[in-house]
Design a protein around this ligand. Sequence first.
Ligand SMILES: Cc1cc2nc3c(=O)[nH]c(=O)nc-3n(C[C@H](O)[C@H](O)[C@H](O)COP(=O)(O)OP(=O)(O)OC[C@H]3O[C@@H](n4cnc5c(N)ncnc54)[C@H](O)[C@@H]3O)c2cc1C
Length: 440
Amino acid sequence: MTDPNLVPARTPPSLWAASARAAPATAELGAAETHADVVVIGGGFTGLCAALRLAESGVDAVLLEAAELGWGGSGRNNGQVIPCLSRADPDALVQAFGADRGEALVRLIRDSAGIVFDLIRKHGIECEAVQNGWVQPAHRPGRMNLTRSRHEQWRRRDAPVELLDREQVAAITGSTYWHGGWQNPTGGHINPLGLVRGLAEAALKAGARIFTHSAALGITPAGSGWRVATANGAVTSSKVIVATQAYSGFFAPQLWPGLARSVVPVRSYQMATAPLPQEIRRCILPHNHAMSDTHGDLYFCHFDAAGRLVSGGALVLHHNYEERLQRRIGERMAMLFPALREAGPVHFEQIWHGYIGMTTDGLPHVHKLADGVYAWLGDNGRGVALASALGGVLADAARGVPESTLPLPFMPVAPIPLHALAVKAAPRALLGYRWHDRLG
Ligand SMILES: Cc1cc2nc3c(=O)[nH]c(=O)nc-3n(C[C@H](O)[C@H](O)[C@H](O)COP(=O)(O)OP(=O)(O)OC[C@H]3O[C@@H](n4cnc5c(N)ncnc54)[C@H](O)[C@@H]3O)c2cc1C
């Protein structure tokens, strides 16, 4: 049977598909040749925030999405809005990209959750937005060194972060499992598909044209600009933004030479319980934070507006995944939260999956592919905030804001050698994470 998570004809089944506001009406690109100032490829947070910024600036933008809006990571993620990266901390970003560009990117990441919630407020987007903070507890005493270092690196850059001891983390999470941690009050959680659809509506209102089920198949030079072809019509423009993330190889692996092979798509599973009774909810994340801890095989969860616990996990092998995840993540949540344990076995009503875009260096890769063609890939599993923020910045570059003034640490595209093998082997990296998780 075909996995419904992989069918581009419709939005994959998930908690978010069941609970998000309706999508605005969109159609396929017609057969006639269309012209725009900028073509945006991909209808996730990057593409939609780019289209919105362009349209609001008076730039004629066309967005092409191969499937439904939010069909990629943006419509299926956990919904945590986190103003930092999963692997690269500020000092590492500065080391990789230099003082100017590195610090500029760090500032963008620092402000990224605020950018998301500001957009939600500005456009009145209904997406269960809760900005009560994001907490990262430390799962081993030794991980407090990493926690202190992260806290210190962000504090030095004026992020409103707070270092937490064991008792403070227990008060925030409702669990005595962790050894301390840190939090950033600008983070929070959202219904991600609701946000996608709200951003699309805002972009349409501002004048952007959005076409779904219109995969870009190639980008070729045309006059002084570019021609983006679909199976139906084509769009010519002077600028192009490629916002295809982990799904870059799904519809048109040759869209831009080497780009799809510069990132490894890795499957991540998401799960939601039924709404939990008030007496249990009161004992878990009582202040309604988003939580993801220091495990490499990540422990994470938050509540949606109806009181469903939204969590998930990763697997090395994908066979029989629903049954195995019910047990594995159910036991994990019960172990973390006594109130859940006492209520009996944890059951998840919905299980779905999507692909995160891993880079071998753990860095986000921002590209100027050619004159007027921009892209970024490599969310490394954490990109709700970053994609939304970078989408706006890529739009600024495309509308002519001098690149030197923007937080865009361009790097060349570096296809991963033996990419197909790397994609197959990637889930096995989880074994290494689990081993590392048990240390100090
Ligand atoms: C299961 C899961 C859980 C996650 N949880 C979190 C979380 O809790 N917090 C967090 O910060 N991050 C999380 N992430 C990461 C986050 O979702 C992504 O970083 C973010 O959504 C990336 O947005 P994007 O717009 O760059 O890419 P995407 O949302 O992936 O959008 C890319 C789009 O491009 C389209 N596309 C591809 N090829 C073409 C083509 N040729 N023509 C036209 N369209 C094309 C795809 O259909 C897709 O809709 C998670 C990701 C996944 C998969």
